[in-house]
Write a protein that binds this ligand. Structure first.
Ligand SMILES: Nc1ncnc2c1ncn2[C@@H]1O[C@H](COP(=O)(O)OP(=O)(O)OP(=O)(O)O)[C@@H](O)[C@H]1O
Ligand SMILES: [Mg+2]
Length: 593
C-alpha cells in the first residue's frame, strides 16, 4: 500500500532546518506577538517559582517562630500571585491562539493559491485525498510546531534556570542532588519514546487503514450491495478492528510501564530530598522550610521535561506534516510562461497541430500516446474527434489549453505558438466542457456565471433560453436557485450537461472544447442536448470529442483517432465514401440506434 508507505516514511521524519526555513516567513509577520508570548511565559515561570519560596519563608520565618500573622501575609501574597498568573496566562493564551490562527490561515491561503496554479500532471500524480490532507490536517499540525513547541521549550529552559538559581542560594549540595536525578528522568523519557513511538505509529497506521476501508465502503455502498459483498467486507473490517485493538493494547502497555516509571523517579527524588534533610538540617546546610520548597521545585523542572518526552511523538508527527506542507509549497507548475511571453491577441480561432508527439510521462522508452498528429482547423470549423476508448481523443483536446505540453511538434493558434504566449491569456479565450461535468457548491445560477461573474441573472436566463436549456433548468426543484452541491447529485447527467453548456455559452469563448459525456440520456434530453450543442458551437472554432455519432454528422471535419494517430479525416460523406473504420462505426451506430 503506497499510501501507508508514504505516511510511514514521513512519520519518521525529524524536523529539518530547511523545512523551518520555508515555514518561518509565515511566522515572521507575527514575530512580535510570539516574542511577547515568550516573555510572558518567562515572567509566568518567575512568578510560579515564587510560590515554593513563599512556603519556605512562611515556614522558616513565621510558622516555626510562632509569628502566625506573618504567615497570613505570605498566604495573601500567594493568593495575589496566583491571580496574577491566571491573568497573564489568559492574555497569553489568547495572543498565542491569535498568532497561531493567523499564521495557519496565511499558510492555507498560500497553499490554496499555489494549488490552483499547478499543472495537470501534478493532479494526475497526486491523490485528491492527499492534497486535501496537506491543506487541512497537516497545516493544523504545523501549529504545534511553530507555537506550542517553542513555548514549551522556553518554559522548560526558564524553569531550569530560575529553579537552579534558587536552589543554589538554598544549598549547593541540594542543587547537585536534584540535578543528579536528570539521568533517571532522561532514561524514563528515552524508554517512553523508544517503545512508545512505534506503538503509537502502529495505532495510527491501523486507524488510517480502518478509515480508508470505511470510506470506501460508504462511498461504494451501491456496488457492495449489488454484489452482495456485505459479509466479506464486514469480516475485512473486523480483521482491521482486531489489528487496531492489538496495537492500542501494546500502546497502553508501554504507557502502563513508562508512565509509572516516571512517577517512580519522582517518588525517589522526594525520598532522596527527605533523606538529605535528615543529614543537612542538623548541620545547618538547609532549613526546614527549604525541604517542601525543593520538593515542589523538582516537580517544576522535571514535569516539563517529561511533558516534552510525552509530546515528542506529536512533535515528530508535526514536523513530518510540516515537511509535507513544504513539499506541496515547493511543487512547481511544470508548464510555465516563458520569460517575456506576451498575451495572445483576441483569438480568431485558427488552430494547427504540426507533427505533435505527446505522452504523459517522461520515460524515453514508453510509447507515444499521440504520435505525429497534424491538422488544421479554420476559424468557425467544427472538428469532431471519434475513435475507440483510450485512443487519445481527450489527450488531443487537452493540449489546446496547454494543460500538458507535447514533447515534440508545435501547436499554434492564429499562428502564435501556444507555448510562447501567456497561458492565462490563452485559457481565458478557451471554453472547456469536460467529460465529467463538474458543478461547484452554490446554486445553478452561480454555476452558470462561473466563467463570467459579472453576468446578470437576466443575461444568464437569456443565454439558457437561447440554448434551449431554460425549461430543463426551470423544472429543477428550485429552478435556477437549485443547490448544485454534492457534484450535482440531485441533478441528472443530462441536466448537468445542459447546465455546463449554458455556462460555456455565457463565458463566450473563441475556442470551444467539448469532451462529450459517455453516459446515455433519454431521447428528449438527447435532442435538447444536440440542439444546445450546435447552438453553443455556432461561430466558434469547436472541438468535440463525440461518443454519439449523431453529434458528428454535421461537423466540418471529422478525425478518426486510433492508437494516438489520425487514421482518417474528412466530412461525414467523404468518410462514408472512403468506406473504412468510420463507415464501419457509423453502420454499427445506425444498427443500434
Ligand atoms: N492523465 C493521464 N496520465 C497518464 N496516462 C493517461 C492520462 N490520461 C490518459 N492517459 C492514457 O492515454 C491514452 C489515451 O487516453 P485518452 O483519455 O486521450 O483517450 P480517449 O480517446 O479520450 O478515451 P475515452 O473515449 O475513453 O475518453 C490512454 O491509454 C490513457 O490510459
Ligand atoms: Mg476521453
Amino acid at each position: 500500500m503506497p499510501d501507508q508507505d508514504l505516511e510511514e516514511h514521513f512519520a519518521r521524519a525529524h524536523p529539518s532546518l530547511s523545512t523551518f526555513r520555508r515555514i518561518f516567513p509565515f511566522v515572521r509577520p507575527y514575530w512580535r506577538q510570539l516574542v511577547i508570548c515568550m516573555v510572558i511565559e518567562v515572567a509566568f515561570v518567575g512568578l510560579w517559582a515564587l510560590d515554593p519560596h513563599f512556603i519556605k519563608i512562611a515556614v522558616d520565618e513565621f510558622i516555626l517562630q510562632g509569628v502566625f500573622k506573618g504567615a497570613v501575609y505570605v498566604a495573601g501574597l500567594m493568593a495575589l500571585n496566583s491571580v496574577l498568573r491566571a491573568a497573564m496566562s489568559a492574555v497569553q493564551q489568547l495572543s498565542l491562539w491569535r498568532t497561531g490562527e493567523n499564521t495557519l490561515n496565511d499558510v492555507r491561503k498560500h497553499l490554496f493559491a499555489h494549488i490552483q496554479h499547478l499543472s495537470m500532471n501534478f493532479f494526475d500524480r497526486e491523490k485528491q485525498g492527499h492534497i486535501i490532507a496537506r491543506v487541512d490536517r497537516d497545516v493544523e499540525f504545523l501549529g504545534q510546531l511553530i507555537i506550542e513547541a517553542p513555548i514549551l521549550i522556553v518554559h522548560t529552559l526558564s524553569s531550569m534556570v530560575v529553579v537552579g538559581f534558587i536552589l543554589i542560594t538554598y544549598d549547593w549540595r541540594l542543587c547537585v542532588l536534584v540535578a543528579a536525578l536528570a539521568p533517571a528522568v532522561g532514561a524514563a523519557a528515552w524508554a517512553s519514546s523508544k517503545w512508545g513511538l512505534p506503538a503509537y505509529r502502529s495505532v495510527r497506521r491501523s486507524m488510517s487503514r480502518m478509515t480508508a476501508n470505511l470510506v470506501e465502503n460508504v462511498s461504494g455502498v451501491h456496488v457492495v450491495q449489488a454484489f452482495g459483498r456485505e459479509e466479506q467486507n464486514l469480516s475485512t473490517y473486523q480483521t482491521l478492528l482486531s489489528e487496531y485493538k492489538a496495537n492500542t493494547m501494546v500502546g497502553a502497555m508501554v504507557r502502563g510501564i513508562t508512565f509509572p516509571g516516571m512517577m517512580f523517579v519522582f517518588g525517589l527524588a522526594n525520598a532522596a530530598v527527605i533523606a538529605y534533610a535528615a543529614y543537612g538540617v542538623p548541620r545547618g546546610y538547609v532549613t526546614i522550610g527549604e525541604i517542601p520548597a525543593t520538593i515542589m521545585y523538582i516537580g517544576m523542572i522535571y514535569g516539563p521535561i517529561m511533558m516534552i518526552a510525552q509530546m515528542y511523538d506529536q512533535f515528530l508527527a508535526a514536523s513530518a506534516a510540516a515537511e509535507r506542507v513544504v513539499q506541496l509549497m515547493d511543487s512547481k507548475p511544470s508548464i510555465t510562461d516563458k520569460p517575456g511571453a506576451r498575451d495572445i491577441p483576441t483569438i480568431k480561432g485558427h488552430i494547427a497541430f504540426e507533427h505533435v508527439h505527446f505522452k504523459y510521462d517522461s520515460d524515453p522508452h514508453s510509447p507515444w500516446i499521440l504520435e505525429d498528429v497534424s491538422f488544421d482547423a479554420k476559424p468557425g470549423d467544427i472538428v469532431a474527434l471519434v475513435g475507440p476508448t483510450g485512443s487519445g481523443k481527450s489527450s488531443i483536446v487537452n493540449l489546446i489549453p496547454r494543460f500538458y505540453e507535447p514533447q515534440r511538434g508545435r501547436i499554434t493558434v492564429d499562428g502564435h505558438d501556444i507555448y510562447q504566449v501567456k497561458q492565462k491569456s490563452l485559457q481565458d479565450q478557451i471554453g472547456v466542457v469536460l467529460q465529467e461535468n463538474f458543478l461547484f457548491t452554490g446554486t445553478v445560477m452561480d454555476n452558470l456565471k462561473f466563467g463570467r461573474p459579472e453576468t446578470t441573472d437576466e443575461e444568464a436566463v437569456a443565454a439558457a433560453k437561447a440554448l434551449g436549456s431554460h425549461h430543463t433548468i426551470e423544472r429543477l426543484a428550485q429552478g435556477y436557485q437549485t443547490d448544485a452541491r454534492e457534484r450535482g447529485a440531485a441533478i441528472s447527467h443530462g441536466e448537468r450537461q445542459l447546465i455546463c453548456f449554458t455556462r460555456a455559452l455565457i463565458a463566450d469563448p473563441r475556442i470551444l472544447i467539448l469532451d462529450e459525456a459517455t453516459s446515455s440520456v433519454d431521447t428528449d434530453t438527447e435532442i435538447a442536448i444536440q440542439r444546445a450543442l450546435w447552438k453553443l458551437m455556432e461561430g466558434r472554432t469547436a472541438f468535440v470529442v463525440a461518443h454519439r455519432l449523431s453529434t458528428v454528422r454535421h461537423a466540418s471535419k471529422i478525425f478518426v483517432i486510433q492508437d494516438g494517430k489520425i487514421v482518417e479525416s474528412g466530412t461525414h460523406h467523404q468518410l462514408l465514401a472512403l468506406n473504412r473504420s468510420y463507415a464501419g462505426m457509423f453502420e454499427e451506430f445506425m444498427g443500434h440506434g
